[in-house]
Design a protein around this ligand. Structure first.
Ligand SMILES: CC(C)(COP(=O)(O)OP(=O)(O)OC[C@H]1O[C@@H](n2cnc3c(N)ncnc32)[C@H](O)[C@@H]1OP(=O)(O)O)[C@@H](O)C(=O)NCCC(=O)NCCS
Length: 85
């Protein structure tokens, strides 16, 4: 996991969003594509952690992709979640 001085390098999954009118499930397709890219990164340079911040309402959605809650952010308004690839 490349942990150095208490810091684990991670891919940041940020600003995931689909356009208004995009069909239901398009977000899932984007997530699958993102994980393919992360897997390519893992093969090239070894990083296995993916992280994101999300609102309470989306925690179950991300859990369905294998993310787990690790704590609140500094402002305590978002949930920090990670997945290991
Ligand atoms: C997140 C997103 C990309 C997921 O796209 P998707 O995989 O196509 O999934 P859907 O939008 O059909 O939602 C799937 C499930 O996620 C959950 N979900 C999505 N948006 C939600 C919201 N605003 N509040 C609560 N639950 C939500 C629901 O469980 C939903 O299932 P349901 O429609 O059967 O209730 C899309 O909802 C989106 O663009 N949202 C707006 C931007 C956003 O909030 N991004 C998250 C940043 S962390």
């Amino acid at each position: 996991m490349n942990i150095d001085r208490g810091v684990a390098q991670a891919y940041l999954l940020g600003q995931l969003a689909k356009a208004d009118g995009a069909e239901k499930g398009f977000g899932r397709e984007m997530m699958e594509h993102a994980f393919e890219l992360f897997q390519g990164g893992n093969e090239m340079f070894g990083c296995r952690v993916v992280r994101l911040d999300c609102r309470d309402a989306l925690m179950h959605y991300y859990e369905s992709f294998g993310f787990v809650f690790i704590g609140k952010n500094r402002k305590s308004d978002l949930n920090q979640m990670i997945a290991i690839i």
